[in-house]
Write a protein that binds this ligand. Structure first.
Ligand code: SF4
Ligand code: SF4
Length: 239
């Protein structure tokens, strides 16, 4: 990402403007309690204590390195750390602010996990705007989710029966699970996206991703598919 002047790289001050950072960042005594309770740290090469310590340096180079890394995408936002920190820090909230800044500056495309934002966003935003749900059977491809074994395959192949047993009202008017969301409500959702800046954010993520795809000599569709499928297997402790 281009650095225009020193002010443009004043990441700590920029983070301090984010209410999540202000809430979650106070003086850290590096005790490591957050890391000890963090479920993500158990599996990933991830250390919330280190993240807060890096912010505490206020060093632009170190913070930029963090913004471009896989590290900030490992957090599961469970907020277990918030309840245990003796200094009332919230590393999970700090991570939220770091993600925001990473997206804003276009740094997210520099990491494998960050590049996954594009397919994730397209799936979620597309479903929300078209159907009113984050996950929707019509667009769900079980072959893309082999981690769940045969469960999703069975569910999709027996959708009608399965939803009937759950008491769903799939695609029908009236109340119930997976009911048809009226067009008027979908239009309202789109208006909320426009007014809150979510539409502009979607466009920004697409533009940054297209730029990175060009840099990697890939068309955007290939880039997106690879971002969804590729796993370098370097993220876990035992790899
Ligand atoms: S628990 Fe709090 S004080 Fe201890 S390392 Fe984590 S953020 Fe710092
Ligand atoms: S919110 Fe993130 S950093 Fe905090 S305990 Fe959960 S996974 Fe770990």
């Amino acid at each position: 990402m281009e650095k225009t002047n020193s002010q443009a790289r004043n990441y700590f001050d920029e983070l301090m403007k984010d209410y999540r950072f202000k809430e979650g960042y106070h003086t850290c005594i590096n005790c490591g309690t957050c890391t000890a309770v963090c479920p993500a740290a158990e599996f990933y090469k991830y250390d919330p204590r280190q993240i807060v310590a890096t912010c505490q340096t206020k060093d632009d180079d170190k913070i930029e390195e963090l913004l471009k890394s896989d590290t900030i995408w490992y957090c599961g936002e469970c907020m277990s750390c918030v309840t245990r920190c003796p200094r009332k820090n919230g590393p999970g909230m700090v991570v939220m602010a770091l993600r925001e800044l990473s997206i804003k500056r276009g740094f997210f495309v520099e990491s494998e996990k960050g590049r996954q934002l594009l397919p994730l966003m397209h799936a979620m935003v597309g479903n929300v705007l078209n159907y009113g749900y984050c996950i929707y059977p019509d667009t769900f491809n079980w072959e893309n989710h082999m981690e769940s074994g045969p469960v999703f395959k069975w569910h999709i192949e027996h959708l009608e029966k399965s939803l009937e047993r759950l008491g769903a009202n799939y695609k029908k008017d009236g109340p119930g699970i997976l009911r048809k969301i009226p067009q008027e409500s979908l239009d309202e959702l789109k208006a909320i996206f426009d007014v809150t800046g979510a539409t502009a954010r979607v466009k920004h993520i697409e533009e940054c991703s297209a730029k990175k795809a060009a840099e990697m000599n890939e068309d955007l569709a290939t880039y997106e598919q690879k971002a969804f499928e590729f796993n370098s297997n370097t993220h876990f402790h035992d790899q």
